[in-house]
Design a protein around this ligand. Structure first.
Ligand code: FAD
Ligand code: NAP
Length: 347
């Protein structure tokens, strides 16, 4: 306990292995749980006094941690939900950053609200969702996003940011760029819809719902289909440590795609409005023989080649060494660079 910080319970040398879904061994020099946004000025004072860095943690499902973090880890554990506007078409709801993402999806679909159903069973917290503009089955956070509230660490001010200010892009936002490590997101406000607007383009989802009559399609039936698909192919981090997709789907130019198609006629790609193409990284990994392949106790998953699994709880450096081997193999075979999706805190 540090006595001059009254509203924060700051602990020393805290084990972060249970707080990251890759289960890499990791220790925090200092650790605290944020349960009330009014504790934030004290977080700022602590950082200034100790002159140390900050690591903000939600559910730890999109991070690669180092064996030791010499600084303060703040686990965002605030709770709450507030309807702030409502009309015939939609409802605008503010969710505290520490809420569990999947719980808010299930709450929304239970109310019959549209918008979140494709994003069911994504692990982690509400506050982390804007960091990479989470997405699944053709829906991204930006599609239902109204605004977010955040605490600026440099000035101590509270900010409200629009979607435009967040600069959302494919698995990307301003929080991975200019505002990296500069704010703590305290709440996210979403607009959910009362009238049908389903996105069922993804083949797996379409197929899972092919026997469900249109009149039975609801946010709940879609969320349940998404949950069934995900449970059938994605490893549960509680049983097999992983951080979801370890690499982003690479974007290549139309001419690079043409070159690749000459050698790989069956390459999986999706044209983008920009004229570029998104390649399915899972297909590249599968083609290159990485699906299910284990090297030094770390493996790409048997059911989904894009998911790196860490069954023997190797450390962050070992995870990155494995990822480097994978990336080098993909460059060598396809001339395509894979970018790591989770936030890497390993030095
Ligand atoms: P953490 O891992 O705790 O943090 C991630 C980053 O956000 C870190 O940089 C952290 O510092 C920062 N951060 C966290 N909270 C805050 C805050 N309040 N303020 C400021 N910064 C913050 N992602 C998808 O997009 N789509 C998917 O379908 C998907 N499926 C997944 C499936 C599995 C099995 C797993 C393990 C992961 C999956 N992911 C997916 C990745 C991950 O779940 C998401 O990125 C999620 O939003 C991370 O939330 P988290 O709370 O665990 O974030
Ligand atoms: P999938 O449905 O087998 O599809 C494979 C890849 O093809 C996906 O990466 C997806 O891109 C792309 N794709 C499929 N249909 C598409 C379409 N109609 N238009 C554009 N792109 C299309 O994928 P999956 O691995 O089972 O995952 C299902 C969804 O959950 C995907 O959206 C995926 O991103 C998401 N997911 C994300 C993570 C993570 O950690 N980030 C982990 C698991 C699942 P996109 O990835 O761009 O959608």
């Amino acid at each position: 306990m540090t006595h001059d910080f009254k509203t924060l319970n700051i602990q020393q040398d805290v084990d972060l292995q249970p707080f990251n879904t890759l289960a890499t061994p990791a220790m925090a020099q200092w650790y605290t749980e944020l349960t009330d946004d009014r504790q934030l000025p004290e977080v700022r004072r602590f950082l200034a006094k100790k002159q140390c860095p900050l690591l903000v943690l939600g559910g730890g499902s999109n991070v690669v941690l180092d064996e030791r973090f010499s600084g303060l880890v703040v686990k965002v554990s605030t709770r709450g939900r507030q309807v702030i506007a409502e009309d015939e078409q939609s409802v605008v709801v503010r969710f505290a950053a520490g809420e569990c993402w999947h719980h808010i999806v299930m709450w929304a679909v239970e109310q019959g609200y549209y918008g979140l159903e494709n994003l069911a069973l994504i692990p982690g917290s509400v506050g982390a969702a804007p960091i990479q503009n989470i997405g699944a089955y053709g829906v991204e956070l930006v599609n239902i996003f109204e605004s977010l509230d955040a605490f600026a660490l440099d000035t101590g001010e509270y900010l409200t940011m629009s979607a435009q200010q967040c600069q959302f892009a494919y698995r990307d936002s301003i929080f991975k760029n200019e505002l990296k490590d500069k704010v703590i997101i305290t709440s996210v406000t979403l607009r959910l819809y009362k009238t049908a607007r389903l996105m069922l383009d993804y083949p797996a989802l379409k197929m899972a719902l092919s026997n469900t009559g249109t009149s039975l399609l609801s946010p709940m039936t879609v969320a349940q289909a998404v949950i069934r698909i995900r449970q059938s192919k994605l490893p549960d981090p509680a049983e097999l440590p992983n951080a979801g997709s370890f690499f982003k789907n690479p974007i290549v130019s139309a001419s690079q795609l043409k070159t690749l198609q000459r050698q790989y006629a069956d390459i999986v790609f999706y044209p983008l409005s920009s004229g570029d193409c998104k390649l399915a990284a899972g297909w590249l990994l599968d083609k290159a023989g990485w699906k299910g392949k284990m090297v030094e106790q770390i493996a790409m998953h048997q059911q989904q080649a894009l998911v790196l699994t860490n069954p023997h709880r190797q450390n962050g450096r070992q995870v990155l060494n494995f990822a480097d081997r994978v990336r080098e193999a993909i460059v060598l075979q396809f001339g395509v660079e894979l970018e790591i999706e989770p936030r890497v805190f390993v030095h």
